[in-house]
Design a protein around this ligand. Sequence first.
Ligand code: RP5
Length: 168
Amino acid sequence: MSEGAQAPAVGLIMGSSSDWDVMRHAAAVFDEFGIVYESRVVSAHRMPLDMVDYGAQAVARGLRAIVAGAGGAAHLPGMMAALTPVPVFGVPVPSRYLRGEDSLLSIVQMPRGVPVGTFAIGEAGAANAALHVVANLAMTDAALLQKLQDYRARQTGVARAMAVPPEA
Ligand code: RP5
C-alpha cells in the first residue's frame, strides 16, 4: 500500500528512477501484503545531503525497515545503514556493463559493524528483500503472519502442480 494518510512503515528507496523497473518488484510485494511504504529516489552521489537527511530522520519518522536499491557503484544501501539503526536491505540493480556484479559487491562487502542485508541481483532480489521485511514485521503481527503463511502455501501448491516438460 503506497503512502496515503498513514505514516509509512517501510522506505523503498533507490538511486535513480531507472532502478524502478527492478524495484517495482519490491513494491508489488508490499502492495500484496498491505504494507504501507513510501518509494523515493535518494541518490547517494547526486543528492548526498538528501540521503543524510533521510537516514537521520528514519527512526523519528517511524520507519521499521528500508529497502535500498542501487546499481554500479552502489553506495546507497551502505551509506543508509551508516546513517540509521533502522535495518537496511540492499538490492543490487543490474548495471549496463558489469550486469550488476559491481552493484552486488558494492553492497555486500560492508565493514564489520555496519550491516546491510544483501539480496540477489535484480527482480528476485527486490521481491525477496520485501518478503524479508514482511517476515520481520509478521513476527509481531499475527494477521500478517497468516498472510505470509498463505502466500507460502500457494507457492508450494504451484510448485507441486508443475509438470515437466512444462505444458504450453
Ligand atoms: C546508480 O546509478 C543508480 O542506482 C542507477 O542504478 C545507476 C544509473 O543511474 P542513471 O544514470 O540511470 O540515473 O546511482
